[in-house]
Design a protein around this ligand. Sequence first.
Ligand SMILES: *Cc1c(COP(=O)(O)O)cnc(C)c1O
Length: 385
Amino acid sequence: MRKAGRHFLQIPGPSAVPDRILSAISQQTIDHRGPAFAKVGLRALEGLKTIFKTDEHVFIFPASGTGAWEAALVNTLSPGDHVLMYETGHFATLWKKLAEKLGLKAEFIEGDWRGGADPERIEARLAEDKGHEIKAVCVVHNETSTGSVSPIAEVRKAIDRANHPALFMVDTISGLASLEYKHDEWGVDVTVSGSQKGLMLPPGLSFNAASAKALAANKTAKLQRSYWDWADMLGPNKTGYFPYTPATNMLYGLNEAIDMLHEEGLENVFERHARHGAATRAAVRTWGLEVLCATQGQESGVLTAVKMPEGESADAFRATTLEHFDISLGNGLSKVADKVFRIGHLGDFNDLMLVGTLAGVEMGLKKAGVPHEAGGVQAAMKRLA
Ligand SMILES: *Cc1c(COP(=O)(O)O)cnc(C)c1O
């Protein structure tokens, strides 16, 4: 049966794609080796630097975020290298598994999935590593499975305090263009990101911003790589081209997205996400439910993961909201499967869309018979006013 009106895609990525980007993408594909393409390519490569806040190179891959995770590791490390990763949640766990499959020795600092990475624990572990066996520290900036944000600038300081030479790699696949991010100022060596979250694009592009130190490591790194090799990209990128067929239409969309972010102003974009996060948490508290992130000040403006009351199924609740209110909410992943649902409030999103989203959740809680207090939407409206 046809459902009238727009579907609410409130998962924490992909986020709904704005019409301006959809129409940019729908332009005719052009010759990616012809003269007209150079402008498109250069605009994207230069424009991305303003979003990552870097003067260094940003590599663009026609791949989902997972591809850029792999690219970050294979371009900088050698078989058997020891990498220190932090268990912020499901995505950190996936990145670790990927590292292990590549033949790296990945060590986890265990976490409880209720906050971001703890710089002090990273510092303590690095201080023990007198022989500098650890070659990279990998941290997820915005952990999309839990809605917690890691203090990236503080992790950098912790690495420096330990006086440790490891490369610092950050996954901000779901943080970029929603939360403040400063690749250069924060001293990150490789930043990994993707298209389908804060950048408001469909899935299909991902990125590596690389420091001079990371580019130097690329020259000696021995992990096998071909498709992901930065070295093959650098030459053609100088003039706006790529070593293989780029995702031309996605680059049209990327250029439009970068323009839109600057038209609004990045600071305003960050502020909007923070407000929407705060309003959502006000709603959750009023419902008498618990936010999964339990670390004050680390709650995400991108999404809010909500714990279901004991004995209630998050997936049954999500199925009810989809059936009756045509809204997709994010599911709980691995450890928290069926125990939490996630409300995405990222990308091209405004106050009324948030109020509609929260109304969908509140009506869904009632419809599914989940014990809660009414009035969450009112509390959010009050917070937004
Ligand atoms: C979405 C996401 C990924 C995975 O990206 P894919 O595009 O699904 O490959 C990795 N890390 C984080 C933090 C994410 O939010």
